[in-house]
Design a protein around this ligand. Structure first.
Ligand code: HEC
Length: 448
């Protein structure tokens, strides 16, 4: 039943709605350098800025480009691939990577181009809520365009690579955000713009316990798949009683879940966490080093937090039940050392690639989103009420095929370590086809 309700909610995100409204900002084109015409700015914009039919521009300084497996025009047909290839050639042939030496900017641009490379290889795989893949994505014409991009993107990615020391030495923008933004620290339940960045999140042995589900592989498997595994997603749980109360709760929950089968009933009431419990999902940025390895940098790209104000099954107002927070990395602020680049998402914003938007709504007007990013949190996470079932890292079954086949007494929420989860995320990425292809291209470059 839960599963049906959740699928229905997901479908409601797409309705007729104008793209050009308050939920979007005009893209900034001076991100890497104050000169808008600087090669790095032009290169970034060619991939990260989209236009609608009326010529309005969207995107720019967003964590992810507006690209989906179903994208069949942008960068693949008409003028846009020619523009992108010309810029990539200018970058490669003119040693464009030497124009900016700052390791932070190099890492960010590399990660951005990596996301485009991965997009060129993942046109035949579905996304959560994406529906069937159209055969239109597989033509020879499109594949030739993708290949032309791949051959150049791989070179640019390789040219921008940092050595391991430089990559590990990138700033810890989360600590910076916590230190610099006093307004970011306080938990504001009532304000229209909600800010909350806890100082002890991402600290080992703190009150925020890093947790994972029972499935093998990386934590947050849905996000890993949606965002291609270039960024590990870490999940945290924090009960009001601190670390020991959180660990005690996890122990009781896991024992009780395991007992479900023994008692031959699914109705065993599971222990519920108390009011004031928080969960967090943190996305970190990986880079590819000069030695060709993936390394998780200290950079945080997004932070999502939900705080439970009410717990229990019978929630009357889901919006009041959980307070939600989201921060996203803004490159320009990051480079200017403003709040570590982490910006709270505005209440009405519909910007950014999100799990709920699985089709290219610039090319398919029918699928324009009408739910704001912050509203969408509750649309999804109200499934399961104010109970442990709304923590999807525990429940998993709606979203991950392997988990759907697993009996419910096998579900778990297990304490883990940040470093172990990051390693799992890297190993997962190493096994993907898109990584194999990138390796192949990079090897070809080094031989030629
Ligand atoms: C389309 C559904 C969907 C939307 C919308 C959504 N989430 Fe989630 N969220 C998930 C899934 C699925 C997971 C489990 C992790 C995974 O498998 O990737 C998750 C995990 C989380 C977690 C880690 C704890 C947990 O429940 O597992 C937090 C915190 C979180 N989301 C917060 C948010 C916030 C804040 C928003 C809004 C800005 C949001 N989510 C929007 C589906 C969604």
């Amino acid at each position: 039943m839960l599963r049906l309700v959740c699928s229905f909610l997901a479908l409601c995100f797409f309705c007729q709605n104008s793209l050009a409204n308050d939920g979007y900002r005009v893209p900034d084109s001076a991100i890497f350098h104050s000169d808008k015409k600087h090669l790095w700015n032009r290169l970034h914009s060619v991939f990260f800025v989209r236009e609608d039919n009326q010529g309005n521009k969207f995107g720019g300084d967003l964590v992810d480009p507006y690209l989906w497996p179903s994208t069949t025009e942008f960068l693949l047909k008409g003028n846009s691939p020619t523009k992108a290839i010309t810029l990539l050639d200018e970058f490669i042939k003119g040693n464009g990577h030497q124009l900016i030496a700052d390791p932070l900017k190099r890492a960010v641009l590399q990660h951005d181009l990596w996301s485009i490379f991965d997009w060129t290889t993942n046109y035949d795989k579905g996304l959560p809520f994406g529906g069937a893949i159209s055969p239109k994505t597989k033509s020879k014409e499109l594949n030739d365009s993708r290949k032309a991009l791949r051959s150049r993107l791989s070179k640019a990615i390789n040219l921008l690579a940092l050595d391991e020391t430089e990559a590990l030495g990138l700033i810890n923008n989360y600590s910076m955000a916590v230190r610099s933004g006093s307004d970011l620290k306080k938990l504001d339940k009532t304000g229209s713009e909600r800010h909350f960045l806890p100082s002890t999140l991402l600290t080992d042995n703190s009150n925020w316990v890093c947790v994972r589900g029972s499935l093998q592989g990386p934590s947050a498997p849905v996000h890993m798949r949606y965002y291609g595994g270039r960024s590990p997603f870490l999940v945290f749980l924090n009960l009001p009683g601190g670390r020991s109360a959180t660990l005690k709760y996890l122990n009781a929950l896991n024992k009780s879940t395991a007992a479900k089968f023994a008692e031959a009933t699914d109705d065993v009431t599971l222990p519920q966490f108390p009011e004031g419990t928080s969960v967090a999902l943190v996305r970190k940025m990986s880079v590819i080093t000069q030695s060709g390895d993936i390394l998780v940098s200290p950079l945080v790209q997004t932070v999502q937090i939900r705080v439970y104000n009410q717990v229990g099954k019978d929630i009357k107002d889901h919006n009041a039940c959980q307070t939600v927070y989201k921060f996203v990395l803004n490159r320009k602020d990051l480079f200017a050392s403003i709040n570590g680049g982490l910006k709270p998402v505005k209440k009405n914003s519909i910007e950014g690639l999100s799990l709920i938007y699985s089709s290219d709504y610039f090319e398919n007007e029918r699928l324009k989103p009408n739910s704001s990013v912050m509203k969408s949190c509750i649309d999804c996470h109200s499934c399961g009420g104010g109970t442990i079932h709304s923590i999807f890292t525990y429940k998993q079954d709606d979203w991950v095929p392997e988990a759907a086949r697993m009996s419910s007494n096998k579900l778990r929420l297990l304490p883990t370590r940040i470093i172990d989860e990051q390693k799992k995320a890297i190993s997962w990425k190493y096994k993907r086809h898109d990584w194999g292809l990138l390796q192949g291209w990079i090897e070809t470059i080094s031989k030629s």
